[in-house]
Design a protein around this ligand. Structure first.
Ligand code: 0A1
Ligand code: ZN
Length: 886
């Protein structure tokens, strides 16, 4: 029976409804007759009833499939023996054990959603997480069904010389008719979301790695032949990651080969398919000429992230998609500590926290706020969020901080050992840490259950007679959709006490026999309000709290600008030094915003200029840290600090501050720039990267000073640069300057790099971020350029995403033109690629925070999307949640 279901409003999935699968798949044999227009899939599943499962019919998921035939234990099933809807296949009356043969056909080159099997450039590839496998064949497409896969691929030999799937290659051969075949076997049972297949005419870059137990693993990176010179960095990163996971977590790789494939069309960064990672080309390919330091850095961390999933995600996987942070939070935490170990730990922490505060805090404060372990969703693709990933990582990091490093490692050893080959929950993860260390994390688990960013308020008091210092910490967490009241969190609060000269004071709590030695100690905050009494404090201290950002919270701690300036140069904790500086800058900028709103004369803070001068001349400071400290917070972040953001005043205030700092410290910026302009060949190492970052910050101030000579210097840097870091830094500065020089710079950049997709995306993004008033017109023009295709997610993110998310003055133009533009694009994108469309909607996340006029315009924009018939579940979920009553 074939029922073409009529479209209803999409179904909500609830954690509370979780049931074990009714049927399990022990073995999956897949045969692909491959071509881009039509691929035939023969799936032979050895299945059995789950003894622990509910009494229910066998239901297989399947979408956008043509069913050719269905056989049960070798016998063809007629249409009356099963039921089919647009998303499921139900087979009643099955025995306890049976074999199903399902033949389906799919059309990879019609697949613009990039889920399932699709065609990218000239490569056929798959993306199955979270629910893409059901677009390849009918299957119980849920992570708690784990099976051993054997995959045979048959295709034309000329067209598809390389054919890959998960696991180890078992056999291959050639037919007389010009086709060839290959068989891959993955001995590790896995859920369908980790299935992968790739075919194409690919270049392979090879290397090898010997594991700690002495096994030799072949490493292969597959790319389009034109990119064969761009694989070295990813390969080095992979070897670093393999070694680090052995040293740090005792995790060894478990197949004979580890493969990475780069594709141009990909919805996300990369995917950890067992033994066959598929990457967005932008997250693998790099040469100094085409990739910036940030790109090199990101590639290193994404390669590691996907590799680390081999244990945190693949060997131990998620029971259901509510547990997504089980693998993602833990794996991000692991990749962050890998990057911290390999590069500058301070800079890594600053970047991680900066990202968390600007993206995740906004998510927590908006209509899509959800816990690290959500309890409902409409479309799971919408939950690959900064909350699941970045806040999830902070949650695991806090566990590590609370129990200690050795204890954490004992806990993860137990976790991997206990749950190897299983699909488990975040509770199982926490339980393993508890059991290995006899600690109680029951209150801590609220971090997984409660959404929202807790706010900590710090009050201090010093009694000079008793030499007592009292630190009172109160916590509160704002209501979020569906969660009005919250219970107190268990928060690790890292603190240090500084005396007037900046020296650390011993910290002895009331009741302790001995003072704690060391600059920092962790206080365990569990109550709504809690007081810590420090005794024997010889002089009035200044407390440095939340060192290293020990918990993902907002801090209300009233420090004067002078105290912030003091911490900015004296704090022992690099993160808090940076953070004090940022808070000082924010205070100053918000005062400037108020002055602009009241038409007051703007005045430059000499306090800030003095501190900048001290930092720039501090020879002991890592130049990378100096660069971070001199970087002003983004306009978006400033907007998040205001009750009602004033986009224009923020822009003006920031420009004013930057220009005036530049003018005041021009000599010093000049000198530092010159000192750092030593010509030497590009190398990706922490020291050189640090120098380039500071050099580029200096250049940005010099250009901001308004001196026309500095533009020439910027052009000179571009001309002389032998690397993309310096070239792009120059171009970024040029795009905010109207005039012929800008146009020439853009034109010659494009002429030089038009063959390189990664570089062209940068060229698009740089223009979309320009603060010049004609940017939207230019963005629209660029959408017609040969370099742009709306079907390519990287192009969309570079141009439309950059404009809508990172160009607040233009996107939030008072006439609503930015919002209308976004609506038009979302409606087009939703028909092509719902995941990408839904992500673009994120630009309107904070719409309720803006002034009345902009709110109205953004509301209209959202309503005009909500009104559409046939919206994807992805866009439907976001738009309805955004519009839902407060
Ligand atoms: N698991 C991947 C992320 C990912 C998720 C979904 C995708 O397609 C919709 C693709 C990749 C990771 O964490 O890297
Ligand atoms: Zn991941």
């Amino acid at each position: 029976m074939d029922t073409s279901a009529t479209e209803q409003s999409p179904k909500v999935t609830l954690l509370a409804d979780y049931q074990q699968p009714a049927y399990l798949v022990d073995e999956a044999l897949l045969q692909f007759d491959l071509d881009s227009a039509k691929t035939r899939v023969v799936s032979t599943l050895t299945m059995r009833k789950n003894p622990q499962g509910p009494e229910a019919d066998c239901i297989l998921d399947g979408e956008a499939l043509t069913l050719v035939s269905l056989k049960l234990d070798g016998k063809k099933l007629e249409g009356s023996q099963f039921q089919r809807t647009t998303s499921q296949l139900l087979i009643p009356n099955l025995p306890d054990k049976f074999e199903l043969e399902i033949i389906t056909e799919i059309e990879p080159d019609q697949n613009t959603a990039l889920e399932g099997l699709y065609y990218s450039g000239s490569i056929l590839c798959t993306q199955c997480e979270a629910e893409g496998f059901r677009r390849i064949t009918y299957y119980p497409d849920r992570p708690d069904v784990m099976s051993v896969f054997t995959v045979t691929i048959v295709a034309d030999r000329e067209k598809w010389p390389v054919m890959l799937s998960n696991g180890n290659m078992e056999d291959q051969g050639v037919f007389d008719d010009g086709r060839h075949w290959v068989r891959w076997h993955d001995p590790h049972p896995k859920p369908s979301y980790l299935f992968a297949l790739v075919a194409g005419d690919l270049h392979v870059q090879q290397d090898s790695f010997t594991t700690q137990s002495g096994r030799e693993v072949a490493l292969r990176i597959y790319v389009d032949p034109e990119n064969k010179h761009k694989c070295d960095h990813a390969l080095t990163s992979l070897k670093q990651a393999m070694k680090w996971d052995e040293d740090t977590y005792g995790r060894e790789y478990d197949l004979d080969v580890f493969m990475i494939v780069a594709v141009n069309d990909f919805n996300m960064g990369a995917m950890e398919n067992k033994g066959l990672n598929i990457f967005n080309a932008a997250c693998v390919l790099a040469t100094p000429e085409t990739a910036t330091d940030d790109d090199f850095y990101t590639i290193q961390s994404i390669v590691a992230h996907e590799y680390f999933h081999n244990w945190s995600g693949n060997r131990v996987t998620c029971r259901d998609w509510f547990q997504l942070s089980l693998k993602e939070g833990f794996t991000v935490m692991r990749d962050q500590s890998f990057s911290a170990d390999l590069n500058s730990a301070a800079v890594q922490r600053i970047d991680d926290v900066n990202g968390l505060r600007s993206m995740q805090f906004a998510e927590d404060a908006g209509p899509m706020a959800h816990p690290v372990r959500p309890d409902s969703y409409i479309e799971i693709s919408n939950f690959y969020t900064v909350t699941i990933y970045e806040k999830g990582a902070e949650v695991v990091r806090m566990i590590n901080t609370l129990v200690g490093d050795e204890e954490f490692r004992k806990g993860t050893d137990l976790y991997f050992d206990r749950h190897d080959g299983q699909a488990v929950t975040t509770d199982d993860f926490v339980k393993a840490i508890e059991d290995a260390n006899a600690v109680d994390l029951s209150q801590f688990k609220r971090w997984y259950e409660q959404a929202g960013t807790p706010e900590l308020t710090i009050d201090t008091n010093y009694d000079p007679i008793e030499h007592r210092f009292t630190l009172t910490v109160s916590q509160a967490c704002p209501a979020t959709p569906g969660q009005t009241t919250k219970q107190p969190f268990h928060i690790p609060l890292a603190v240090g006490l500084l005396d007037k000269s900046g020296t650390s004071l011993d910290m002895q709590l009331e009741g302790e026999a001995e003072p704690h030695h060391g600059d920092t100690r962790i206080l365990s905050v569990t109550e709504a309000s809690q007081t810590f009494e420090f005794i024997n404090v010889s002089s009035e201290p200044l407390a440095s709290v939340l060192r290293g950002f020990s918990a993902p919270v907002k801090l209300n701690y009233d420090l004067s600008n002078h105290q912030l300036a003091f911490l900015m140069v004296n704090d022992k904790d690099s993160f808090n030094r940076w953070d004090a500086g940022q808070k000082l800058i924010i205070n100053i900028l918000l005062e400037l915003v108020a002055d602009i709103q009241q038409n007051n004369q703007l005045v430059l803070s000499s306090l800030l200029v003095n501190q900048f001068e001290r930092i720039l001349t501090d020879k002991k400071l890592d130049p990378a840290l100096v660069a971070k400290m001199l970087t002003l917070p983004t306009e978006n972040y400033l907007a998040a600090q205001m009750t009602t953001p004033d986009v224009d005043a923020i822009h003006q205030a920031r420009e004013f501050l930057k220009r005036n700092i530049a003018v005041s410290l021009k000599g010093l910026f000049n000198q530092t720039y010159e000192k750092l302009s030593i010509r030497k060949a590009y190398d990706f190492n922490a020291d050189d990267m640090a120098m380039r970052s500071l050099k580029n910050v200096c250049l940005s101030y010099l250009v901001a000073s308004g001196d026309p000579m500095q533009l020439q210097r910027c052009l000179r840097q571009m001309k002389q640069a032998d690397n993309m870091t310096e070239l792009l830094a120059g171009l970024r500065l040029m795009v905010d300057q109207s005039g012929l020089e800008r146009e020439n710079a853009l034109r010659s950049f494009y002429e030089q790099w038009k063959q390189d997709r990664q570089v062209v995306d940068k060229w698009l993004a740089v223009q979309a971020a320009s603060t010049l008033p004609d940017t939207l017109i230019r963005v629209k023009g660029l959408m017609k350029h040969e370099a742009f295709s709306i079907k390519n997610p990287n192009n969309v993110r570079a141009l439309i995403g950059m404009f809508c998310r990172n160009n607040p003055v233009n996107f939030h133009a008072k006439d609503g033109s930015g919002y209308r533009f976004l609506v038009e694009q979302i409606l087009v994108l939703d028909k092509l690629n719902p995941q990408v469309a839904a992500r673009m909607l994120g630009a309107l996340n904070s719409w309720r925070r803006y002034d009345e006029q902009r709110q109205q315009l953004m509301k209209q924009a959202l309503e005009s999307i909500a009104e559409q018939q046939d919206l994807s579940a992805d866009v439907y979920e976001i738009v309805t949640k955004y519009l839902a009553a407060e």
